[in-house]
Design a protein around this ligand. Structure first.
Ligand SMILES: NC(=O)c1ccc[n+]([C@@H]2O[C@H](COP(=O)([O-])OP(=O)(O)OC[C@H]3O[C@@H](n4cnc5c(N)ncnc54)[C@H](O)[C@@H]3O)[C@@H](O)[C@H]2O)c1
Length: 399
């Protein structure tokens, strides 16, 4: 099976795919649309990062393409619906950089609580300003986490391990980790936290979640951190609160408008403020995260081609059923309409095959059934299924 990995994906990905028997071609850069159209025939698995645009035309040229791995978090660069209509599974790595974000935020909490950005700046300016004024330990201080998902919960554990008290607010029902305490409202969290850190997702309703009212509700001298989404925070209101001294510091990694290319000019109302750390959306950017992403996406691709698993696919129905020992497996992707499953099972019964496992899931216009049988299905049965008008693809695996 031929694999094309673009954009300098971590070498661990190629290693995982080669171990699975794939013939892997690795390229450092991305390819243009025309280059992809020329290069894709014969390629079964394509790996990209964020700079390769996979358009409907590219997908149309990928006649042999089974799956696409986005070795990154976002999938905007891929036309997901077109990929689903063609039965091409798309995978990404939504959680692989969780720890990297958490470590950055923890470092920022310590740095800002000690006012390190200010101190290092003065040292570089040649000023020896040795003073404990405004510097604190983080031990015993309260961290308020808004958004208690993958990152929020891991930050909660790490912050408690260094002696912070943790409170959190989430719109969904989330289990408290360790000694963390859920609070009933955002305002309650803001009024009770020495540090507020945002870890909400990018749903449209979160645009402008944090503005003048929320900053005013925070404790005087508190610290504000946002490594979630730029559109969540009103940066002008944040600037006003830092300048007035109501907030003692802030760390911001994400911005409403971010430069597109390396070296582009960056502008923000937050530039030039004391005790404010600005980073260029690098919360998740570490070598460890790249390695983890390489491993995570490559294993998703391997389990898709070897066992039909669509677990964590971003565009196809998710089915991840363990294959019973000795069972023959059939994966069937079809357009979702009533009676398809009953039709399949009728055909299997006619073929004398006993079903030992079956999982079905639907998503949008598509349904995906994975069926394990006690015997190989006759060619005639497979051929009938292949020819049904609902069929997108059908694949089978021997034990
Ligand atoms: N800075 C970076 O480089 C970087 C890297 C990875 C992720 N992120 C961003 O971090 C954020 C969190 O990621 P995650 O993986 O933990 O996401 P997640 O989906 O696991 O968790 C988000 C949580 O926020 C909660 N939530 C949503 N809106 C809320 C609101 N208005 N008030 C309270 N809770 C709310 C959700 O219920 C959920 O529990 C995302 O926006 C993600 O894009 C940034």
């Amino acid at each position: 099976m031929k694999v094309l990995l673009l954009e300098g994906i971590h070498p661990l990905a190629a290693e995982v795919l080669r171990r699975a028997g794939c013939d892997v071609d690795v390229r450092a850069g991305s390819l243009s649309e025309d280059e992809l159209v020329d290069g894709l025939p014969g390629v079964a698995l394509l790996g990209i990062r964020s700079n390769t645009r996979v358009t409907p035309r590219v997908l149309g040229a990928g006649k042999d393409l089974l799956a696409l791995g986005c070795f990154c978090i976002g999938t905007n660069q891929v036309h997901l619906d077109e990929a689903a209509d063609r039965g091409i599974a798309v995978f990404n790595a939504p959680f692989s950089n969780t720890r990297s974000v958490v470590e950055l935020v923890l470092g920022e909490i310590i740095s800002l609580t000690r006012r390190l950005p200010e101190k290092t700046l003065r040292m570089h300016d040649g000023v020896w300003d040795k003073s404990a004024k405004g510097s604190h330990e983080i031990r015993g201080r309260t961290l308020g986490i808004v958004g208690y998902g993958n990152i929020g919960t891991q930050l909660s554990n790490v912050a408690e391990a260094v002696g912070m008290r943790v409170i959190f607010f989430d719109t969904a029902d989330r289990l408290a980790h360790g000694n963390a305490r859920r609070v009933g409202s955002l305002d309650e969290l803001l009024a009770g936290s020495d540090v507020v850190s945002l870890h909400v997702d990018g749903r449209p309703g979160n645009a402008g979640l944090f503005g003048a009212d929320q900053f005013a509700t925070m404790k005087p001298g508190a610290i504000f951190i946002n490594a979630s989404r730029g559109m969540v925070v009103d940066d002008a209101a944040l600037r006003a609160n830092v300048l007035s001294g109501h907030l003692s510091g802030a760390a911001i990694d994400v911005f409403p408008i971010e430069p597109k290319a390396q070296g582009d000019h960056f502008d923000s109302p937050l530039r030039g403020l004391d005790n404010v750390i600005l980073t260029p959306h690098v919360g998740g950017s570490t070598q460890e995260a790249q390695e983890e992403i390489g491993y995570f996406v490559a294993t998703k691709l391997v389990s898709f081609v070897q066992a039909g698993s669509t677990a964590l696919s971003v565009n196809l129905p998710e089915v991840a059923a363990p294959q019973p020992p000795g069972a023959f497996r059939m994966g069937y992707l079809h357009t979702s309409e009533p009676g398809v499953l009953a039709g399949i099972n009728r055909l299997l019964a006619d073929a004398g095959a006993n079903v030992v496992g079956q999982s079905l899931s639907t998503r949008g216009e598509h349904g995906y059934v994975v069926t394990d049988t006690d015997r190989a299905l006759p060619e005639a049965t497979l051929s009938v299924l292949h020819q049904l008008p609902q069929t997108v693809w059908l694949r089978s695996w021997q034990p």
